[in-house]
Design a protein around this ligand. Sequence first.
Ligand SMILES: [Fe+2]
Length: 401
Amino acid sequence: MSLEQVLNDEERLAQLDVDQLRQLVGLVEYDASGDPFPVTGWDALVWVVGNATQTAHFLQSALGMELVAYSGPETGNRDSVSHVLRSGAARFVVTGACDPASPLADHHREHGDGVADIALSVPDVDRCVAHARAMGATVLEEPHDLTDEHGTVRLAAIATYGDTRHTLVDRSRYTGPHLPGYVARTSSHQPRPGRPQRLFQAIDHVVGNVELGAMDRWVDFYNRVMGFTNMAEFVGEDIATDYSALMSKVVANGNHRVKFPLNEPAVGKKRSQIDEFLDFHQGPGVQHVALATSDVIGTVDAMRAEGIEFLATPDSYYSDPELRARIGTVRVPIEELQRRGILVDRDEDGYLLQIFTKPIGDRPTVFFELIERHGSLGFGKGNFKALFEAIEREQERRGNS
Ligand SMILES: [Fe+2]
């Protein structure tokens, strides 16, 4: 499969080209002919939240997303309200119960606000489901068509960790605003003057937290069921601080468009941040969503102006001579990064800039990462310790350490 072919409709629509994507999310060449479960890219992240109407507003103001579609009682959906938002190639759907008897209300009571569905774009839904079933995956929805005046979408869904699912979507024969049942919708929201046109261009990776001892099982799931390969491995001392520790492995689809780091808690002197997540989320789920930006400084400034809080990075991180020597020269002076708490990591391929928000909902669960890649295909391994120490200070303030 050539790189041109890996651009999906969303990316073409967002006027992203292959070189931009290669830089933004670390795209690589690969041959899909032997792939038992070809994945083109992300279709959407579907969030179940307590108040989809207000979350849609938050995503417009704080993340600069654009409202594009809607489903709810006015469109014949009595159960729930869903808003669809876009930024570049990224699509989020935020859904909340409208009918008090909706199963979504139960989902939200159990897990709080979070990602319920990591929907993936696949060219052949039936082939993927057949392979997944043969490999022992749980098929939640058999392949089926949804049709309206804009065409036909073919969909199916398989289960992954916790109550999270992967809906598999082929929208190659569909031209509507989202899916049948949705109508196009825009909003009167206006960005602040001077704000960058987009705060992020694409989803880079989505991280799952799973229970102690379950990480290898889910790595194996992505290897066997979805043909993903292992990208990197972080274990033991790499990411242990004095108090908490975790283990992490990363799987990716063939072109690296879709990357799933998977974390499990490791035994530390205090409760791991992963344990805290598992308690408040009541089981495995999506820990963070990394958003690719070509200008992390502009994005952080715009988000902070809207009141988004980021994890603080200690000044000692920037004054550490070892770090300065390791990261070398990056595109902005280190003082500019320090003022904003942006982290830097470098590996043999290049470097990346990254920063993490605090949890975005009421529970200490899901949060966002902003990532600006310059050649590096990593995940900020060198920053894990500095980051976790910052997370632990927050955990302590919540009394959950
Ligand atoms: Fe990350």
